[in-house]
Design a protein around this ligand. Structure first.
Ligand code: ASP
Ligand code: MG
Length: 403
């Protein structure tokens, strides 16, 4: 018999009928003898709606009140869920984050869990109850409510699983698991049975929407095994686990892409020590994250070109910051907001040579131009024109036998 933290995403608890169905799923597990704690998201659409309302009041709505407002979404679901379990004659109660407490640090809207007091939770589990905890939130040391960033209820589930020493964490969502790529753009995508934390982290960071990347990172650091599966089917989902439990028969595990990138090139920048730091300092000070970076070796030792990518929403601000930056002189600033990053991820590439060649060759055959390349131990990313994403993903997916 296992101790499991079961998390339901927004679509799985979108209305009372679905909450009742999800509660039945929990009843089955209890009847099988498992010990369960439940974490819930807000009902689908609720968080977006609350954000919209806050903006109707004030575009720059106060961050503390924003968190208290958004936290209410999950609070509603937690009480309805506990009620649904009680209706099925399962002992249950909701625990709000301040009642435990779940303590967070960091800025509002983007906090992280640093501590979960588990005495009440464990007492509840020992009594044979199913505690239901609202995801996505906690309290600060000053007893203000905080939230963990969009999609943050995954992180709540992982943190709880770690703190109550669960055997694993089950994430119920509206897809059957993690796919080799997004099935919406490539019908040949296949469900992955097992994926390592590292690979999943890359996939999540690179654009796979199934799990929030922070939560995967937490799972990896604490070795909390995750099972992702659908509330709407009985099929086995995807297991996210440590790589000792996986045998790699494929070189590549998945193909991910992002659609919201932009690229900036500084042409003819001086080539001297400190120049790269001067370019990126104001971006960092304005909280703009830079992703891919390439700098050419200058042929004349005087001037070089620097290209980097950022989120598309940060393009305007970044260009301004660079134009106003007195520390750097360059001949021309070029930018493009119609670019996308396509990446292959797989621990198998560590031991297989020729992976980069195979990827580039499959793109070449489709006449897709590569603008920027970046690599890590288990990932190769290329920047291409966004109109070619679908073609690129399909080509790579077949080249690596994932179809
Ligand atoms: N309700 C929050 C959101 O929509 C958190 C979550 O669902 O994980 O971002
Ligand atoms: Mg969600």
């Amino acid at each position: 018999m296992s101790k499991i933290v079961v998390k339901f995403g927004g679509t799985s608890v979108a209305n009372t009928e679905r909450i009742i169905n999800a509660a039945k799923l929990i009843k089955q597990k209890i009847d099988e003898g498992h010990t369960i704690a439940v974490v819930v998201s807000a009902m689908a659409g609720v968080t977006n709606d609350l954000i919209k309302k806050s903006k109707e009041i004030d575009q720059e709505f106060n961050a503390e009140e924003y968190d208290a407002l958004l936290a209410s979404g999950e609070q509603v679901t937690s009480t309805l869920f506990a009620g649904a379990l009680r209706k099925l004659a399962i002992k249950s109660r909701s625990f709000q984050s301040w009642q435990l407490p779940i303590v967070t640090e960091g800025s509002h809207k983007n906090s992280r869990i640093v501590y979960v007091e588990t005495s009440k939770l464990n007492a509840s589990l020992d009594k044979g109850e199913v505690p239901v905890i609202p995801g996505f939130q906690g309290v600060t040391k000053d007893f203000r409510l905080s939230t963990l960033g969009r999609g943050g209820s995954d992180a709540s589930a992982v943190a709880l699983a770690k703190c109550i020493n669960a055997d694993y964490c089950e994430i119920y969502t509206d897809v059957e698991g993690v796919y080799t790529t997004n099935p919406d753009i490539n019908p040949k995508a296949k469900k992955i049975d097992k994926i390592s934390y590292e690979e999943m982290l890359e996939m999540a960071t690179l654009g796979a929407k199934v799990m929030q990347s922070n939560s995967v990172q937490q799972a990896m650091m604490n070795d909390v095994e995750i099972h992702v599966r659908s509330t709407f089917s009985n099929k086995e989902g995807t297991q996210i686990t440590n790589d000792q439990k996986i045998s790699y028969d494929k070189v590549i595990t998945g193909v991910a892409y992002s659609k919201d990138d932009a690229k900036i090139t500084l042409q003819g920048v001086e080539d001297r020590p400190g120049i790269a730091a001067s370019i990126f300092q104001p971006l960092y000070e304005n909280n703009i994250s830079v992703d891919m970076i390439v700098q050419n070796i200058s042929s004349d030792h005087k001037k070089t070109d620097v290209t980097f990518t950022i989120k598309r929403e940060d393009l305007k601000k970044s260009v301004e910051l660079i134009k106003n930056n007195k520390e750097i002189k360059c001949e021309k600033i070029d930018y493009d907001d119609k670019v996308s990053k396509v990446s292959i991820v797989g621990a198998g590439m560590i031991t297989h040579p020729g992976v980069a060649y195979k990827m580039f060759n499959s793109l070449a055959k489709e006449k897709i131009n590569i603008m920027v390349i970046s690599t890590s131990e288990i990932k190769i990313s290329v920047l291409i024109n966004e109109e070619q994403i679908q073609k690129a993903v399909a080509a790579i997916h077949s080249a690596f036998d994932l179809d």
